[in-house]
Design a protein around this ligand. Structure first.
Ligand code: TPP
Length: 178
């Protein structure tokens, strides 16, 4: 979870260290995913495993526009988003192994990473399933007058689901911060 709102570099030096930090985060995701692939091939990680290789810049870039207290709803391809939102790598890997110390007590696995305290609301195996959840979370923030936004990641496949159209319609109708 980001500690402050989007960083705005004030000088070329600051800009370059900011870019290096973003690159570091992207490489961290790639290293994690490569390790997951290795462990999956060795049957240490079981079940489904959807990797975020090649999409690292999306998660890292989007998180720059968010701030602490905002909510995230991700897809089943969410390792990168969880890492970019500072979910502890150790609890993520424990989750992959099905261990009690995992962020879902080992019951969710790769597709269901979740951290209520950090408002990281999954990880969802249902294509498009996160969209209505995100609208609901944003509606709650609006009703409770909390100055936060909900960010929902989804693949292009989700745009073919009815939920996509329903969620966008309600989000616009209710003017919720999603
Ligand atoms: C409601 C629903 N329909 C079908 C599936 C099967 N399914 C799993 S992944 C996938 C493709 C999703 O594509 P996209 O949303 O673009 O995500 P990407 O895998 O490309 O990141 C489908 C159809 C599912 N999980 N949920």
């Amino acid at each position: 979870m980001r500690k402050s709102s989007a960083v705005k570099p004030k000088s070329p030096q600051e800009a370059s260290s900011h870019l290096l930090e973003l690159l570091r985060q992207m490489l961290r995701i790639r290293r994690f995913e490569d390790k997951c692939a290795e462990l999956y091939s060795a049957s240490k990680i079981r079940g489904f495993l959807h990797l975020y290789n090649g999409e690292e810049a999306v998660a890292v870039g989007v998180m720059q526009a968010l701030q602490a207290g905002d909510a995230i709803v991700a897809t089943y391809r969410e390792h990168g988003q969880a890492l970019a939102w500072e979910i502890a790598m150790t609890t993520m890997m424990a989750e992959m192994y099905g261990k009690l110390g995992g962020c879902c007590r080992g019951r969710g696995g790769s597709m269901h990473l979740f951290d209520r305290d950090k408002r990281f609301y999954g990880g969802n195996a249902i294509v498009g399933g996160g969209l209505p959840l995100a609208v609901g979370l944003a509606l709650a923030d609006k009703k409770l007058q909390r100055n936060h936004v909900t960010c929902c990641f989804f693949g292009d496949g989700a745009a073919a689901e009815g939920e996509f159209h329903e969620a966008l319609n309600l989000a616009a109708l209710w003017q919720v911060p999603v």
